[in-house]
Design a protein around this ligand. Structure first.
Ligand SMILES: [Zn+2]
Ligand SMILES: [Zn+2]
Length: 157
């Protein structure tokens, strides 16, 4: 999983680098005068380009994983966030993104982030403390709210 992600990032990085290099080559060949101001311009262009590149990697990385965990089209939203100019893509994404979804282990239906039971079959989606009814994570052995020992048998009620 982690290896796959690194591979994806490397491919994206190389693609952006090729794009960046080709655009600078274009600028260089259209300005055939090897003067100092041009070199300064290219240097600053490179710095700005690299900054934008790293910013895009960060945004792309965030949107890809965030949209995936929300059951949205992760490829489409990542491309929109990166390629729509002036951060409009990422702003639209942040506005329209759906809440994190829970997939029912019994029937596979998706429910909103805060749901305690599946809307389709009634299967409990979050285990709760038998003492104080605080919601528990799967890994909890003791209730983080009241300290009672978690009894997995008592979850189905
Ligand atoms: Zn269900
Ligand atoms: Zn408790």
């Amino acid at each position: 999983m982690h290896k796959k992600l690194v591979k994806k990032l490397v491919i994206y990085y190389l693609l952006s680098l090729i794009l960046l290099c080709s655009s600078f080559a274009f600028v260089f060949f259209t300005n055939q005068h090897p003067e100092l101001p041009l070199l300064v311009f290219i240097f600053f262009g490179c710095v700005v380009g690299m900054a934008i590149l790293f910013l895009n990697i960060g945004i792309g990385h965030f949107v890809y994983h965030d949209s995936k965990s929300r059951g949205m089209n992760c490829v489409l939203w990542t491309l929109a966030a990166i390629f729509v100019p002036y951060l409009i893509g990422i702003i639209i994404y942040l506005v329209v993104r759906t809440p994190i979804l829970i997939i029912c282990p019994a029937c596979g239906a998706v429910s909103p982030h805060m749901a305690s039971f599946c809307a389709k079959c009634g299967h409990p989606l979050q285990s709760r403390c038998t003492q104080c009814h605080a919601s528990l994570r799967d890994t909890d052995i003791f209730c983080p709210n009241c300290g009672a020992r978690v009894n997995p048998v008592a979850d189905h009620q």
